[in-house]
Design a protein around this ligand. Structure first.
Ligand code: HEM
Length: 536
């Protein structure tokens, strides 16, 4: 017995011993591999950092090593404000990534976003895409290859000529009329009743903008104005989509692990309601059963269908669907943010507000009707107010990143940025640039867009000053990637602001209260609580 238990012991020792040794050595090997990988990765980053031609540009130390630093900054939700602090600390050029520079030279807007389109969009935009028949499909906005972009944009952009845009005015009028009806019924202090209800103007302008964009796009309103709430959750989903876009764009490969991974999609929510409404409108129209459509007032869908006939090789039904969706997704929140900024910034500056109201009411347009665009487009102070609002609160609070083309870029301070570097200008930052805008940069002063009122400027000097300011304006992008819907957005903003001011006396419920800004790619707004009553 003794000898057999001894043998078992020996055997066990023999069996277990080598296994223990094997597992120990395997663990050691694995640890060694991990350590070597870390050291290798560190060394690779260190060499890249050391050899980088961007090392001469100042910025947070970690930003020069990894884009994850910037991604965390965006996730924390105060990106644009942090960036302002970084420019104050480091100057007009800040290194924000191993291959990314943020540039605060307003005079370079026309170079980086020039009409020649030499500075190409970067992969930051790529997560704005979807798989179609196994192929990744980029939208007009996210397509980075110039030839592909031109093919997609031409049939779309031909639908935004001044004539076509102005012909949408009846669609604007019908939505504005519904808006007025809702404001009258729900909030306005109708004469003598002393029943004014406060409400968040930012929220209602958002409802208006979404309802208008679908009305102009396929002659149907989403219905947010009627419901008075985000009844299907789409508005909140769009906010989440923008959050995904702005965050994942900092490290584009993450999109393949999240939204585009073939196993479990971990992406932004999809806005099924907008997709369904677009699809049902398209098919009703193609089958000739669209009862909402009035051929006397063509909408964008009608023009997109015409584009299919003109560009049969490019435009199919799937492309029309993407045009319908980009119209809504690019046009609604952006317009609402600008309208809200106009009201808030004017109400916070009573002399500006009074001057604007006086200008709007001077032509004696009927306050019971939407303000005609023919009158709204001749209000210079309104134009100045909108420009100034976009300077102080641009819709997009991030840089629009581009690749420096062959030949590199020489900055105004003489430093050279090599080809292949990502650079970007951020309208939120350049809008605060004191050396460009002057000592009153922090003031909301629409007058800066008009001839000096003390007579110190002749026409020539004013025109030169105005041209310089307009050249630095990136609020609608620039060059061949300029916003396609700019004239539609401006017509809508001018008309809506003039209509409301012509009809109502508006005041902030608490003039000392600040608005709330959420988001960075779209600087969304809320908490602009107002009271309105029919004008006295
Ligand atoms: C106040 C309202 C608006 C603002 C401030 C605005 C701003 C911008 C900006 C800054 C860009 C350039 C983005 C970049 O280069 O990364 C852009 C592009 C674009 N916008 Fe707008 N937008 C507005 C309204 C609209 C409307 C109403 C539409 C369509 C109906 C629209 C459609 C587009 C499209 C299609 C692009 C991509 C153009 C391209 O890449 O070629 N936008 N917008």
């Amino acid at each position: 017995m003794e000898s057999s238990s001894f043998s078992v012991h020996i055997l066990n020792t023999l069996r277990i011993g080598p296994l223990a040794w094997e597992s120990k050595s395997f663990l050691g090997l694995a640890l060694a591999l991990v350590a070597i990988s870390f050291v290798g990765l560190f060394a690779w980053h260190a060499i890249a950092w050391f050899k980088s031609p961007l090392r001469k540009f100042p910025g947070p130390f970690l930003a020069g090593w990894t884009n994850a630093w910037r991604l965390v900054l965006v996730l924390r939700g105060k990106y644009q404000y942090e960036l302002r602090k970084l420019h104050a600390k480091y100057g007009p050029v800040v290194r924000l990534g191993p291959n990314l520079l943020a540039i605060d030279y307003p005079e370079l807007v026309k170079v980086v976003y020039g009409p020649d389109g030499r500075f190409l969009k970067t992969e930051f935009y790529h997560n704005n895409s979807f798989y179609e028949n196994g192929k990744l499909n980029y939208q007009i906005f996210s397509e980075t290859t110039p030839a592909e972009h031109a093919i997609k944009k031409k049939p779309f952009a031909r639908c935004f000529t001044p004539t076509i845009v102005q012909a949408t005015e009846p669609l604007m009028d019908s939505t504005i009329s519904i808006f007025l009806e809702q404001l009258d019924n729900r909030f306005a202090n109708l004469k003598g009743q002393n029943s004014a209800q406060e409400f968040d103007l930012a929220r209602w302008l958002n409802f208006y903008a979404w309802d208008f964009m679908t009305q102009a796009t396929f002659s149907r309103r989403f219905g947010y104005l009627d419901h008075g709430c985000d009844f299907d959750g789409s508005l909140q989903k769009q906010v989440k989509m923008a959050q995904y876009f702005q965050t994942v764009g900092q490290m584009p490969f993450l999109d393949y692990l999240l939204d585009k991974n073939p196993i479990v999609r971990i992406g932004p929510p999809n806005i099924a309601f907008a997709i369904n409404l677009s699809a049902s409108s398209l098919f009703a129209r193609l089958e000739g059963k669209d009862e909402k459509f009035d051929p006397k007032t063509p909408d964008f869908l009608q023009h997109f269908i015409e584009s299919r006939a003109i560009f049969p090789d490019t435009v199919d039904n799937a492309m029309i669907m993407s045009y319908l969706l980009i119209n809504i997704l690019a046009g609604a929140d952006t317009s609402a943010i600008t309208m809200t900024a106009v009201f808030y910034l004017c109400l916070k500056n009573p002399p500006v507000f009074r001057r604007l109201v006086a200008e709007v009411r001077a032509p004696a347009c009927d306050p019971d009707k939407p303000y005609p665009y023919s009158a709204a487009c001749h209000l210079p102070y309104l134009e100045a107010v909108v420009r100034e609002s976009l300077r102080v609160h641009p819709v997009i609070g991030m840089m629009l990143p581009r690749y420096v083309p062959e030949g590199g870029l020489t900055l105004p301070d003489g430093s050279f940025v090599p080809a292949g570097t990502q650079v970007g200008i951020n309208q939120y930052i350049t809008g605060c640039n004191k050396s460009f805008w002057g000592d009153d940069v922090a003031e909301f002063r629409p007058e800066r867009w008009l001839p000096a009122e003390d007579g110190s400027e002749n026409e020539e000097t004013y025109n030169a000053r105005r041209r310089r300011m307009i050249a630095a304006d990136l609020s609608f992008g620039g060059g061949i990637r300029v916003c396609t819907g700019k004239s539609l957005a401006l017509e809508n903003i001018y008309k809506l602001v003039a209509t409301l001011l012509n009809r109502y006396d508006v005041e902030l419920v608490d003039p000392s209260k600040e608005w709330t800004v959420t988001g960075t790619w779209f600087q969304m707004l809320k908490d602009v609580n107002v009271k309105i009553e029919l004008r006295k």
